[in-house]
Structure formats: C-alpha cells, structure tokens
Design a protein around this ligand. Structure first.
Ligand code: PLP
Length: 410
C-alpha cells in the first residue's frame, strides 16, 4: 500500500470511524460476543449494551428509545418507511417524494410504480429548494406517505422538514425524512419537527458501514420490512449487529459533542475552500443555494472540465472528492440531483462535490487551494471537449470503470 497522504474531502460518501468508536465496539468482538436474545447472563450483558446504544441514538434525535428500530443501513431504513406506510394503509396507493432524493428513494419509487402504485417525484427549483405549495398540491386523499430528505447529500441544500411535516399532517398524511446527512451537522429534534419516520446511517457519522436506524414515532403505523425473529420488539428480524450498534451509540454521542465544531470551524473551512476555488478558477460556480445548506458541503461546477478526468488527476495528488455524475451503465450519466435543478448535462458532468468533516484541517484546505487551480488549468488545456480528440472522454471513462467497476455514490 502506498504511504501517500490522503486529503479526504468526501465525508458525505462515508466517514472515518472515530478512534473512540473503535474503542467502544472492540469488546463486542473479544469479550461481549453473546447473542443478546439468549436467556443467560452472557447474552443479557450484550442486550444491555444494545439498549444503552438505543438510548444514545434516541438522545441524538430527542426521541424515546422505544421509537428506535436498528436496521442494516440508511437504504433499508428508507425502504422500511415506504413499506410500512403502504402495507398498513392498503387503501392508499400513492406516495410523494422528491426528484433529488438518494437512490434508495428514487429506485424504490420506480419499483413501486412497477408494482402498480402511483409515485409523484416533486420537482425542485434551480437552487435545489422545494416549492411547498407544489408539495401541498401533490398530496391526495390516497397519499400514504410523503418522503423528503432533510439535507441533500450532493449539494447540502436543506429542506424545511418542520414545515413539510406540518403540511402533511394538516392533510392527514404520514411524513418520512431521510436525515442521513444531518447528524453532527444540524441539531436534530423529532419533538420539534414532528416527523413520523426518520432514517439515519451510522457510517455517515464516524461509525462503521452496515448499520442504520429508523425512528418510528409512537403510534405511527409500522410493519416490518425484514421478517424473521422477534428482534427489535418484532419490528426487524435478524440477530442484531451488536458491535456496530454499540459503535453507532458512541458515534451519536460524539456527533452531539462535535456539533459546535462542525458548525463553526468546519463551516469556515468549507467557506474558505469554496470562496478560494471560485475566485482562483475562472468560469466556476456553485450548484445549489448558499443557504440554507449543510455547513460541510460545497458542490461546484467548473466550465469545460470533465469531472471524471478531474477525479483521476486529483487522485494522483491524494485528494478524494466526488463527481457530480453517477456512473451507472457505462455512459456518463449526469447527476439526477443537478439535472432536477435544471443544470445542463455538460455543467453537471463538470461538477465536483467537496464534503468536509471534523478531521479536516486548514492545512488540508490550503493544499487544495494551492494545487487545484493549476491542475484545472492543465485539464482545460487538454480539454476532452477538444474537437481534435473526440474520443478522449469515453476513454477516460472506460478506464475508470475498468479499474473500479460500477461506482455507487453515497
Ligand atoms: C449515504 C446515504 C444514504 C444511504 O445510506 P446507506 O447506509 O449507505 O444505505 C441514504 N440517504 C442519504 C442522503 C445518504 O447520504
């Protein structure tokens, strides 16, 4: 493995597991590895850890621990909310979501359409915001669920979930929010926002990949999505991923403790990076509203740049960022989020997402500010849009796919 230093600016895709989190989960592999459902003391010790983690994740949301259902990931949490709302209200066959959701919602919506349900994908404005009047108009008597994300993973743009919840409840409709990008970045309070369901994923807050949760408001209708044993009080079958759930609990505590740092220091670093790049790189512009936005995310479009080619060059200098396009089927598919905002395909394909976190330093931001402008100038000089080299784009793209297989973005 190379010893090259990594400049990690892709915290919306996943985050480093915090050392405190590793320490908290380690005993679950070495000593406390029993099955929490077992009747003997060796099992109930583990059950106790599980319940402590439930209390800690509930505290992050200002929820009751009994309202927390642990799942395998954010995707499962989102799918479970849709499934619950539809299975428990069989007369209602319509759901509303937005065109800029994570693929967990977009693809599940498409699956529901194939199964004969009606799904409305709400459009967004050019700055990524929702027109709440349009949202309200889209809700019908047979609407089982409205699902709108709290914070967009590509642009960081925030939706006003408190207002959306009020609109839904005024119309007698359940409301789910994908809040996967919010912990440690925004203050969360399900009492104040009054959502019925809310999804989180541990690996976006410095815990391991492969564990998530669904908050289910007391008395909100619920039906398990994973059916099996009586785990999670009958709400999610499958032996609990105890080590990772314990990790999730510790990470929830840290997210509350680092909220201030993220909102002040990380926000200032993000702003310095964004301002610096926009000033130093001609024909560059931000995608999405400046505010309200997550304090860590900056999505920038660079005219005449092929983001996929930029990623390869950034990788050479140790910089990890994400492109505005999701490579899916071997063609350069522009980001569905930027497309929904009316960004044309060329600009979307020249967009990069920088997402910071608590481990980023000013020195790292300065490294990007020093190295990116000349690198982008070089890329433009050998532009893939150069009519003399029409095949270049496809070649770069194929090479990336050969190396990495199919890319999936967080
Ligand atoms: C990462 C992410 C997800 C998916 O979470 P997984 O645990 O990877 O399934 C869902 N929604 C948003 C907004 C995300 O950023």
């Amino acid at each position: 493995m190379s010893q090259r230093r990594t400049y990690y600016f892709d915290n919306n895709a996943t985050t480093r597991v915090a050392p405190e989190v590793v320490a908290a989960m380690s005993p679950c592999f070495t000593e406390l590895w029993g099955n929490p459902s077992s009747a003997y003391g060796f099992g109930s010790q583990v059950a106790k850890l599980l319940e402590e983690a439930r209390e800690k994740t509930a505290a992050l949301l200002n929820a009751d621990p009994r309202e927390i259902v642990f799942t395998s990931c954010g995707t499962e949490s989102n799918n479970t909310a849709f499934h619950s709302a539809l299975v428990t209200q069989p007369g209602k066959r319509h759901v509303v979501t937005t065109a800029v959701e994570h693929s967990a919602n977009i693809k599940f919506g498409a699956y529901l359409q194939k199964r004969g349900y009606e799904v409305t994908f709400l459009p967004v404005e050019a700055d990524g915001s929702l027109d709440l009047h349009v949202l309200e108009q889209s809700i019908r008597p047979d609407t089982a669920l409205v699902s709108a994300m709290w914070a967009n993973n590509e642009t960081g743009v925030l939706f006003p979930v408190e207002e959306i919840a009020a609109i839904c409840h005024g119309k007698g409709t359940l409301f789910h929010t994908d809040a996967v990008q919010t912990p440690g970045k925004l203050k969360l309070d399900v009492q104040a926002t009054d959502v019925d369901y809310l999804s989180l994923s541990a690996h976006k807050l410095h815990a391991p990949k492969g564990v998530g949760l669904l908050y289910v408001k007391r008395r909100a209708p619920y039906h398990p999505f994973v059916i099996g044993g009586g785990q999670e009080r009958g709400r999610r079958g499958g032996t609990e991923n105890t080590a990772f759930i314990v990790a999730f609990g510790r990470a929830a505590e840290l997210a509350m403790a680092t909220l201030h740092d993220e909102d002040t220091r990380v926000r200032a670093l993000r702003d310095k990076l964004e301002r610096g790049l926009l000033a130093a790189i001609p024909n560059s512009i931000r995608n999405g509203a400046r505010e309200p936005r997550l304090p860590n995310t900056s999505n920038l479009a660079f005219d005449g740049i092929e983001a996929e080619a930029a990623l390869l060059m950034l990788d050479q200098i140790g910089v990890c960022v994400s492109s505005g396009s999701a490579c899916t089927t071997g063609s350069l598919e522009p980001s569905h989020v930027l497309t929904a905002m009316g960004v044309n395909a060329k600009r979307a394909q020249g967009s990069l997402r920088f997402s910071l976190g608590i481990y980023n330093t000013e020195e790292e931001v300065d490294y990007l500010l020093k190295n990116l402008p000349p690198l982008f100038a070089k890329l433009r000089a050998m532009s893939p849009h150069d009519p003399e080299h029409p095949k270049k784009t496809a070649r770069v793209h194929r090479a990336k796919h050969d190396a990495a297989g199919e890319a999936v973005k967080g």
